[in-house]
Design a protein around this ligand. Sequence first.
Ligand SMILES: [Zn+2]
Length: 303
Amino acid sequence: MEWKGRRRSSNVEDRRGERVSGGSGRSSAAGGMLLSLFFRSSAKTKLFIIIGGIVVMFVFGITPMSVLNFLGGGTGAPTVTREASAPNDEMAAFLGTIKADNEDVWAQLFQGYGKKYRPAKMVIYSDKTVMPGGLADARMGPFYMPVNETVYIDPHFFREMRERFGAPGDFAQAYVIAHEIGHHVQNLLGYTDKVHGQQGRVSKKEYNRLSVRLELQADFLAGVFAHHADEQFNFLEHGDIQEAMNCARAIGDDTLQKASGGRVMPDSFTHGTSEQRSKWFMKGYRSGDVRQGNTFEIPYGQL
Ligand SMILES: [Zn+2]
């Protein structure tokens, strides 16, 4: 795909170069002990500790947030230190550009429906990073968090796609990002709340089916993005759509279950089969029409 030379999104925070440590019960116990020592000390000592603390934070690049997390305890809050600045590399340029492409396409589509599009945020990180309620871990793969409207991505996942899932190519990567932004679009349109609101109210099997509907719709929306982005930027090259289809197949629930040596268990699917995922992406790409992404309306067996 052609991606160089276009606008880069400003809604991207690159946290590569940060190191997250702790997150165990021990650090919060230590934090609690330090807090109680602080409160029992004299006013003069308190002032000394505060000024000393600020100097230490400044010297070691510790953020006030990480200190609060550490002292807060309870959940075993982690500490964050910045060890290096985020690299201004090709990956940063690529992610920033694809993010901007998504913003441009969705802003225009929303406008067409008389709605205003609010861009998602994107956090690029390496290995682990702090998110609301805990830690994002690279092993989770890229994901979207509705509560702070943020996509979290460790670019090492792209290597895993190439080497473990056999899904190489820059447009396969763009599809993954567009899928996550698709989740943001679903959040803005109210689909996410509808599904999450059913958690605990319906059986596990039924909830998994709702999850499949949501995920296939995100694949569909990624296809809708590809359709309009290509109209706007003329960025698709020969083989690009194939790359995205191949990726959608590689991360289908049935394929992943087979690859991990297990039995294929449709009731445990949360994202849809390889067939379904590639089909819905293609439907979005061919039509470019958001209204055709009716994954919640058609019978489950016909998805
Ligand atoms: Zn998803």
